[in-house]
Unconditional design. Structure first.
Length: 355
C-alpha cells in the first residue's frame, strides 16, 4: 500500500500546531510520515523546529538554505519540491496570497489522483472552500483535490448561521448582520494595537470580506444568503468575538437554540463573559491549549426578539482550533475516504458542550 504522508508548508501560527498535532497523533490517525517545509533558518525558531523534529516530523527546505539550517542544528531530510512530490496531502499554511502562487509554481506540477492540497484562510482561487460540518457533502475528495480551509471567523459565522437559522431549512435566514470584533494580534505575535480600530466597508454589498467569505462557503451548496459584516480590532491577544443579529422566517426560542448547541458536537455555550476566561479554559482543558469547537455562544447574551423571528447575541471564535479541526478532517477525508469520520473520534474529547 502507498505510504500516507502529510506535508505542511509554513511553521507559523497555523502551521506549527498542525505539524505538532499530526506528529503526536500519527499512529492513531494512520499516517506513515509527517514532513514540513520551513523557508527561513533563524535562531528564534530553532527551539520549536527542534521540538517538532523530536516528535518525529521531518524538515524540508530549499537547497540554498540547507547548510544554514544544519549549521543551526536543525536536521534537514528533504528538499522543498521533493517533499511536495512525496506527500499524499499538502497543507499550505503560508500568508494570504502565497498559497495560490505555490499552487501555480509547485502543487499543480505534482497533482495526481489520490493526492490532496489545502490552503488556509481567505485564499481565493486555491480551491473549493471547506468547513467541517457545514458543507461536508459539497466536497468530493476524489474530485476536489484543491481545497480552501476557511478562516476561523468564517467557521464561527457559518456555524452560528447553521445552528440558529438553517437547521429549519436552507431558506430560513431572511438576513444576517455580524460585527467581527477581532483580536489585535495573536498570542504569538509581538505587535499589538493601542486602541480599538474600525475597519472599512470595502466589500460592496457584504461590508467586509467576512460576510463574503461565508457567502462563498454556502455557495458550494448553492445556498444564497443575505449577509452583511462589519469588523473592528481591539487591543487584546485573546480570541475573536462575534456579534450576530439574524432575522428568520420560522420562529424559534432561546431554549430550543441552547438545546441544539448541546446536541451538536462542534457547538458550545458558556456562562463566561470574557474572551480571556474562555481562552484560559482552552489552555487548561484543550489540546495544545485549544478547544476545537467551531463557536462558543455566550449564553447570557442570547436574545430572541420580535415573536421569535429575530435572534441576537455574542459568540467567541475559539482561537484557531476550528481551522485546525477542519484541516485534520479534510486530511483524513483524503487519506481514508471510507472511515475518516471514525478516525476523527480521537478529537471528540476536545469538543465541549459547555465552556
Ligand atoms: N492565525 C490564525 O489564527 C489563523 C486562523 C485561520 C486561518 N489562518 C490563515 O492561515 C494562513 C497562515 O497564517 P498564520 O497566522 O499561520 O501566518 P504566520 O504565522 O505569519 O506564518 C506563515 C508561515 O509561512 C511561511 N512563509 C511565508 N512566506 C512563505 C513563502 N513564500 N513560501 C513558503 N513559506 C512561506 C513562514 O515561514 P518562515 O518562518 O520560514 O519564513 C511562516 O512560517 C493565512 O492564510 C491565515 O489567513 C490564520
Amino acid at each position: 500500500m502507498a505510504q500516507k504522508i502529510v506535508h505542511i508548508v509554513g511553521t507559523g501560527t497555523i502551521g506549527e500546531p498542525l505539524i505538532h498535532l499530526f506528529a503526536d497523533k500519527r499512529e492513531e490517525l494512520g499516517i506513515d510520515e509527517v514532513t514540513f517545509n520551513k523557508r527561513t533558518p533563524q535562531f528564534t525558531d530553532r527551539s520549536k523546529i527542534q521540538d517538532l523534529l523530536r516528535r518525529g516530523a521531518k524538515l524540508a527546505c530549499g537547497e540554498n538554505v540547507k547548510a544554514d539550517f544544519e549549521n543551526l542544528g536543525m536536521e534537514v531530510s528533504y528538499e522543498t519540491e521533493e517533499a511536495i512530490e512525496r506527500a499524499t496531502v499538502v497543507i499550505d499554511c503560508t500568508p494570504s496570497g502565497v498559497g495560490v502562487a505555490n499552487k501555480q509554481n509547485f502543487y499543480e506540477k505534482y497533482d495526481r489522483p489520490g493526492k490532496g492540497f489545502m490552503a488556509q484562510g481567505s485564499e481565493f482561487g486555491f480551491g473549493k472552500p471547506y468547513c467541517r460540518w457545514v458543507n461536508e457533502d459539497a466536497i468530493d475528495p476524489a474530485e476536489d483535490r484543491f481545497v480552501q480551509i476557511v478562516s476561523c471567523n468564517t467557521h464561527n459565522m457559518s456555524a452560528i448561521i447553521n445552528a440558529i437559522a438553517l437547521r429549519h431549512g436552507e431558506d430560513n435566514l431572511v438576513e444576517g448582520n455580524f460585527n467581527c470584533i477581532r483580536r489585535g494580534s495573536d498570542v504569538y505575535e509581538d505587535k499589538n494595537i493601542g486602541a480599538p480600530e474600525v475597519g472599512s466597508h470595502k466589500d460592496g454589498a457584504f461590508g467586509t470580506h467576512h460576510a463574503r467569505d461565508v457567502w462563498h462557503l454556502y455557495q458550494t451548496q448553492d445556498i444564497d444568503l443575505k449577509l452583511f459584516s462589519t469588523a473592528m480590532k481591539v487591543p487584546t491577544q485573546y480570541m475573536h468575538t462575534l456579534y450576530f443579529d439574524m432575522r428568520l422566517k420560522q420562529a424559534t426560542t432561546e431554549e430550543e437554540i441552547v438545546a441544539h448547541f448541546h446536541e451538536h458536537p462542534g457547538l458550545s455555550t458558556t456562562y463566561k463573559k470574557s474572551a480571556n476566561s474562555v481562552f484560559a479554559f482552552g489552555r487548561d482543558h484543550g489540546y495544545m491549549g485549544r478547544i476545537l469547537n467551531q463557536t462558543v455562544l455566550a449564553h447570557n447574551t442570547l436574545k430572541v426578539l420580535e415573536d421569535g423571528k429575530r435572534v441576537v447575541g455574542y459568540c467567541f471564535t475559539p482561537q484557531d482550533g476550528n481551522s485546525l479541526l477542519s484541516s485534520v478532517a479534510m486530511t483524513m477525508r483524503y487519506l481514508y475516504p471510507d472511515d475518516w469520520e471514525s478516525r476523527m473520534g480521537t478529537f471528540d474529547q476536545y469538543l465541549f458542550d459547555e465552556v
